[in-house]
Design a protein around this ligand. Structure first.
Ligand code: FAD
Length: 386
């Protein structure tokens, strides 16, 4: 079922072959142990998939976000979780598009070879939440360095990355005309930072997702690690955020197909009252409905991808794709667990694990309410409500 043949078939075949070496039991055991899928991410790196978005001149494959999204979709569709490695995909264009030639030459070939990982992005803060322009982490220029103080929360893959893109305020909110001004982004050398001013405290959470609180106490970042112009960081970070929303949409679509395939197989076989449960329309309809929604969300995902790859504004489409895909995968997850009956709760079926994983995307990287509010204000022109 749902075997798409599209122009990305080579990528799909490549990822499926790699994922076949890491079957459901692998991801289940990693989940049970709350471990990081090192071997899986290493294999993706070795085969060059993690360098998809790095231009060929710097050692990568020079692919677009569309292709990257197919890679992420296939990982989730195969029963894995791209959350372990999608950071490198959504951060990459921030560095490629807004970094200097010097930064590109210094970092991209090493990321392409796997010597360095760019898996982390530090935006969210505990006291400001989604109100990103009010973040309190500051970076103050002192000579040839920036000195960072503040706190972040939910910063993922820090322990499995070498580099992090960090958003901090360089001009106080009171001194800027627009609140989106005066923010800057930096490339942080994570190992170095952990020895000199950045503390990492892991957060145990519902999903097996390596995420952390970060505390900055006079962390010094060399000025050459500023990406782009000082004060313009909010504009640059949107590149990463739009890429992230679009990639998450693709991951949710991968999850959605996983759930519909899994439940369809199950209800076809499972017999209760002398017939397959899948013969009952009460069982068929929620699965069919979820499938329709996944297919529809997929169209918006490709629209967002193609706009992003063309360098065109894609905020609305990236948000809408993420909204539709997260909703569709969640409905598919609910149908899948429901029609597995009690077995849906048994870890060995993988349904409960994927159910937890896809639930995250109602909240992160942007919550459903905030997408609705974005569309109401920025697409429909309704008055700003906050
Ligand atoms: C596992 C995990 C991994 C993450 N990884 C990263 C990462 O790597 N880097 C990073 O920077 N961040 C990361 N995040 C943070 C994530 O992006 C945020 O949790 C998310 O954007 C929501 O922000 P918040 O938690 O501060 O919620 P809040 O902003 O406090 O919002 C809480 C709830 O209130 C609702 N709400 C808030 N304001 C309004 C409003 N005006 N109208 C209607 N509803 C409203 C929201 O919809 C939401 O449901 C991660 C989070 C999780 C859980």
């Amino acid at each position: 079922m749902t075997s798409q043949h599209d122009s990305y078939q080579d990528i799909r075949d490549g990822i499926r072959a790699l994922c076949a070496q890491f079957p459901a039991e692998y991801h289940r055991k990693i989940d049970e142990a709350r471990a990081y899928p090192e071997e899986f991410v290493d294999a993706l790196t070795r085969e060059g998939w993690m360098a998809a978005l790095i231009p060929e001149d710097y050692g990568g494959s020079g692919l677009g976000l569309t292709e990257a999204s197919v890679i992420m979709e296939e990982i989730n569709r195969a029963g894995g979780n791209s959350g372990a490695c999608h950071g490198q995909m959504y951060n990459m264009n921030t560095l490629v598009r807004h970094g200097s030639e010097e930064q590109r030459l210094k970092y991209l070939p090493k990321i392409a070879s796997g010597e360095l990982r760019l898996q982390s992005m530090g935006v969210t803060e505990p006291t400001t939440g989604t109100d990103t322009t009010r973040i309190k982490t500051t970076a103050v220029k002192k000579g040839d360095r920036y000195v960072v103080n503040g706190q972040k929360v939910w910063i993922s893959r820090v322990q499995h990355s070498d580099l992090m893109i960090l958003l901090a305020r360089t001009t106080p909110l009171a001194d800027v005309q627009k609140k989106s001004e005066g923010l800057s982004i930096f490339l942080v050398d994570i190992r170095q930072a952990m020895k000199s001013g950045m503390e990492v405290r892991p957060i145990l959470n519902m999903v097996n997702h390596e995420t952390n609180e970060l505390f900055f106490d006079n962390l010094e970042i060399p000025e050459e690690n500023l990406i782009g112009e000082e004060g313009k960081g909010f504009k640059y970070i949107l590149t990463g955020l739009n890429a992230e929303r679009t990639l998450i949409a693709a991951e949710c679509i991968g999850d959605g197909y996983w759930f519909t395939d899994k439940v369809t197989d199950y209800v076809r076989e499972r017999e209760v009252f002398g017939r397959p449960i899948g013969q009952n329309q009460g069982v068929q309809f929620p699965i069919a409905e979820a499938y329709i929604e996944i297919e529809a969300a997929n169209l918006m995902r490709y629209k967002a991808c193609s706009l992003f790859d063309a360098g065109a504004p894609c905020g609305a489409e990236a948000n809408m794709a993420k909204y539709l895909a997260a909703k569709a995968s969640w409905e598919a997850a609910n149908a899948c667990i429901q029609f597995h009956g009690g077995f849906g709760f048994a870890c060995e079926y993988d349904v409960e694990r994927k159910f937890r994983e896809t639930r995250l995307y109602q909240v992160a990287p942007i919550s459903t309410n905030l997408i609705l509010s974005y569309v109401a204000e920025h697409v429909l022109g309704l008055p700003r409500s906050f």
